[in-house]
Design a protein around this ligand. Sequence first.
Ligand SMILES: Nc1ncnc2c1ncn2[C@@H]1O[C@H](COP(=O)(O)OP(=O)(O)OP(=O)(O)O)[C@@H](O)[C@H]1O
Ligand SMILES: CC(C)(CO)[C@@H](O)C(=O)[O-]
Ligand code: BAL
Length: 280
Amino acid sequence: MQLIRRVDALREAVGALRASGGRVALVPTMGALHAGHMNLVAEARRRAEHVVVSIFVNPRQFAPEEDLARYPRRESADARLLEEGGAAILWAPEVDEMYPEGFATSITLAGPALPLEGAVRPGHFDGVATVVAKLFNQVRPDIALFGEKDWQQLAVVTRMVADLDFGIEIVGVPIAREDDGLALSSRNAYLDDVERQAARALPRALGEAASAIKGGMPVAAALAQATKRLHDAGFDPVDYVTLTDGVTLAPLDQGAPGDRLLAAARLGRTRLIDNVPVSD
Ligand SMILES: Nc1ncnc2c1ncn2[C@@H]1O[C@H](COP(=O)(O)OP(=O)(O)OP(=O)(O)O)[C@@H](O)[C@H]1O
Ligand SMILES: CC(C)(CO)[C@@H](O)C(=O)[O-]
Ligand code: BAL
């Protein structure tokens, strides 16, 4: 595996992979890799001959009060995992390589980027879309893989790729979970032991709400019950628990094919997100 930090070297290395034949897959990450990320890499290898993984903690998607400074950074351990996982290239640029002095461009989406994470974290998806567009132009992959854990991000990137004619196949990969249901996430490292136990309430509340809706409970009542369960477990604030169309992220008042029940809530200093299907 090649570790590359400069765009010109990346282009040369990807060009050499392409010349050897086969498809190129990109897995964008912010590092501190866990089994959820490695599932994306494994799925990428099943779908393409060459896998490029990016690790870049993108300052433009963090608000000033968010956790950019303490976001976990473990590049050497990540590189070992990726080598074992069969990645061809680890693309790990510094911030000034990604955003050189004078950088002045930003991508802004409406539609699926507006509600939920877009409302609670203003500017977040502009930062995500801008860096993902840059990663796409730097690597020019045939396919790119994103986790369903960040369901809205997957919907936003899918929309952007269609709107801007990137011609890249976007693949969503199912959520990898701990044995007790908690979705794997780099930010789980912030949880202390007591919070880690309490965090189980998030997937449970979503699972129960999904079953209740399938069983005929009105959506508003099921969402209120899930919100109460999260408050009782110590989550504060509960930013949202909502049923949406899985593509447009528009709110739904009853289950429908492709829908998604999404939640975000804070436990101490850790903000967790999760989602489950209802009608699939
Ligand atoms: N448990 C998971 N299952 C499936 N995909 C995941 C999981 N966790 C992360 N991913 C995906 O990995 C990619 C990179 O995500 P990122 O590096 O931000 O990791 P993360 O664990 O989501 O971190 P964070 O705690 O910052 O949300 C994203 O497409 C994300 O959806
Ligand atoms: C897609 C991404 C790598 C863009 O910085 C990030 O939002 C993430 O890790 O999900
Ligand atoms: N995994 C999503 C990236 C973020 O929360 O900034």
